[in-house]
Write a protein that binds this ligand. Structure first.
Ligand SMILES: [Zn+2]
Length: 338
């Protein structure tokens, strides 16, 4: 079985965006209560939105199941206030639940959290619990920067975040560290803000002792871990200078990377530097980069093609495509057996 740990519902029916547009329009008049209108989407519309996209690509590329979450760039936690974020997150998560119910062997849900700048992460606990306990989700996307590119929240090792970590540990669900759109024109969303955030999260983890406090807490740093694998020597050296434990001991029982690196040399480097036990197959399809590489004739985000090129042992191949995802997202076992 091939589990793709990183997929977003980027092709949701238009009614979802219409809801969001109405929600944002209503913010212009603060006297109005927060907008929370109905979203009218039929099962057929959901099927249609997936059959020509994610499902088609699963079939063509030979993957089996995608760990699926709402469109990350649309989380936009910086818009409106905490009520805006809660209504929007619930709508997006409910739609993911419908996808997973219609296609239980193709998609397993991961939730968006109703974060908001300046609002403690403990505020997201209720929605996390609802998604895991009631909707059968197996993880969450945690935004380290709800401000959308201004980095106003404390680092992920700060006790500020501990209440949501306590709940993640209790529910035995990991978080993918995933920022959303950038409202700072300095940072292109998927080209700079995402990769910055991946790199930033890893450095924050080096600086703290988070995993002493939470030995079973697990994070996936997407997009191949940002700059981390390429600069592994820098991070090892910094850890040494800062009298931190060696990275394998300090972080690699808790921090994992995906394979959303869109060229073969990048995947080769990832596998050479990071232990295979810490790498989960992911493609982020249909997502950040949608085109075909004219040099290979393949989709940039068909990451399975790169992995298939590597001379992996059967055991390592199993870990990367399936075993590690089962270990990091233990709740997936129950979903897949249904
Ligand atoms: Zn993503």
């Amino acid at each position: 079985m091939i589990i793709d740990c990183h997929g977003h519902y980027t092709t949701a029916p238009k009614a979802l965006q219409a809801y969001r547009d109405a929600q944002i329009a209503a913010l212009k008049d603060p006297a109005q209560p927060p907008y929370d209108g109905k979203i009218d989407i039929s099962d057929d519309q959901i099927r249609e939105s997936l059959e020509g996209a994610q499902l088609k690509l699963q079939r063509e590329r030979g993957t089996d199941v995608t760990i699926f979450s709402p469109r990350a760039s649309a989380m936009a936690h910086h818009i409106g206030d905490v009520r805006t974020s809660l209504n929007w997150s619930r709508r997006c998560n409910d739609l993911i639940h419908r996808v997973c119910t219609l296609y239980p062997s193709n998609f397993v849900g991961v939730c968006q959290l109703p974060q908001s700048p300046g609002v403690p992460p403990s505020n997201s606990i209720e929605e996390l619990e609802r998604c895991v306990n009631e909707l059968g989700f197996i993880g969450c996307n945690l935004n380290p920067d709800p401000s959308g590119g201004h980095w106003t929240a404390p680092p992920l090792i700060d006790k500020y975040w501990y209440p949501i970590y306590e709940k993640m540990v209790e529910l035995d669900v990991p978080a993918m560290v995933h920022v959303s759109s950038s409202c700072n024109p300095v940072f292109h969303a998927t080209g700079a803000h995402y990769i910055n955030a991946d790199t930033t999260a890893f450095m924050q983890f080096i600086q703290g002792d988070l995993f002493k406090d939470f030995p079973t807490l697990r994070f996936i740093i997407p997009h191949g871990g940002g700059a981390v694998p390429f600069h592994w020597g820098r991070y090892r050296g910094l850890a040494q200078d800062m009298k931190r434990p060696v990275l394998e001991e300090h972080l690699l029982k808790n921090v994992f990377f995906d394979t959303c690196v869109y060229h073969l040399p990048g995947i080769e480097l990832l596998l050479k530097v990071i232990p295979v036990d810490n790498i989960l197959f992911g493609s982020e399809m249909v997502g950040a980069v949608r085109g075909i590489d004219p040099r290979t004739g393949q989709y940039y985000d068909d990451t399975k093609k790169y992995v298939d090129t590597l001379p992996l042992s059967e055991g390592d191949r199993y870990k990367l495509f399936e075993g590690n995802a089962r270990r990091v997202y233990p709740r997936i076992a129950k979903r897949l057996s249904k």
